[in-house]
Design a protein around this ligand. Structure first.
Ligand SMILES: [Zn+2]
Ligand SMILES: [Zn+2]
Length: 282
């Protein structure tokens, strides 16, 4: 796996790459804008040039972007839904300009309208986004979720159904998160249960559609449906689960990025990356 962590773009998008290099990342995750605001300063070709120069210099690849938390493509509110569609289109365009291959999105919340309704709503949003932004290279990755509240996507079936309903489904992949999988009830700790989870994932979603991993331990129990990230080996998943993930040849070329809490010195990232690398068997 190409290991790394989520990095801040404060001071310029290229800073995410340079910070990643400082802690020993081979891949990074980042937002391309402030994740709690709808509006964003336009990116320029100059930003893209500096970003790509930093990638070449550091050999970091791939970059996995993550959307703003405000976007809800499952929203029953017409105004919010349209605003989300416009914002998602804009985020895809930002990634395209920067040459980022993947943009991770939480599928959305149906806000009480029901799972089937929500799945159709999200798929309809993507058909609009794809029609408005034809021919982009960047792929959206639907993130498997912990299943809190009315959030869609904690069952493999839901991710598969959203993807299946989208006309241009070749533009849609999947991102899995170890913490979310566990919170959703998929046990990654024993080799047997781990194997069963990804057999099921392959049968329902297709393993080839998984393009990125978020590597987080979980503060909450199996099936809790509560999303609380813990440092690697310090949560309920423990080192055994990450040993299973790190030594699975199916993920060999995929980015695996941390989304765990850290201070300004990013020492926690260094420790977590060291733990992950120590679990790889020769
Ligand atoms: Zn995640
Ligand atoms: Zn999470």
């Amino acid at each position: 796996m190409r290991l790394g962590a989520h990095m801040s773009i404060a001071g310029g998008v290229e800073n995410a790459v340079l910070s990643g290099q400082r802690v020993g990342c081979e891949a990074i995750a980042m937002f391309t804008k402030n994740n709690n605001q709808w509006k964003a300063k336009k990116l320029t070709q100059d930003d893209a040039d500096r970003f790509n120069a930093a990638l070449v210099e550091t050999n970091i690849r791939p970059v996995v972007a993550h959307t703003s938390y405000l976007i809800n493509l499952g929203s029953p509110d017409a105004a919010l839904w349209k605003k989300s569609i416009a914002a998602m289109g804009d985020e895809l365009a930002r990634c395209e300009l920067l040459g980022i291959p993947y943009l991770v999105l939480h599928p959305g919340s149906h806000m009480g309208k029901g799972v089937d309704w929500g799945i159709k709503r999200v798929a309809a949003a993507f058909d609009r986004i794809h029609a408005e932004r034809p021919g982009l290279r960047v792929m959206t990755l639907l993130e498997h979720t912990a299943g809190q509240g009315n959030h869609l996507g904690h069952l493999f079936e839901e991710l598969a159904q959203v993807r299946e309903l989208i006309a241009e489904k070749q533009r849609i992949g999947v991102c899995v998160d170890s913490c979310h999988l566990f919170a959703a009830g998929y046990d990654l700790r024993k080799p047997e249960t781990y194997a069963a989870v990804f057999q099921r994932c392959d049968d329902i979603v297709g393993i080839e559609h998984i393009k990125a991993w978020h590597l987080n331990d979980s503060k909450t129990d199996l099936g809790s449906r509560v999303d609380r990230h813990a440092h690697i080996g310090k949560g309920k998943l423990g080192r055994a689960a990450f040993k299973n993930i790190m030594n699975d040849p199916r993920w060999r070329d995929l980015p695996g990025v941390l989304e765990t809490p850290k201070g300004p010195e990013m020492k926690e990232d260094k420790v977590n990356l060291r733990v992950l690398r120590s679990l790889i068997e020769a």
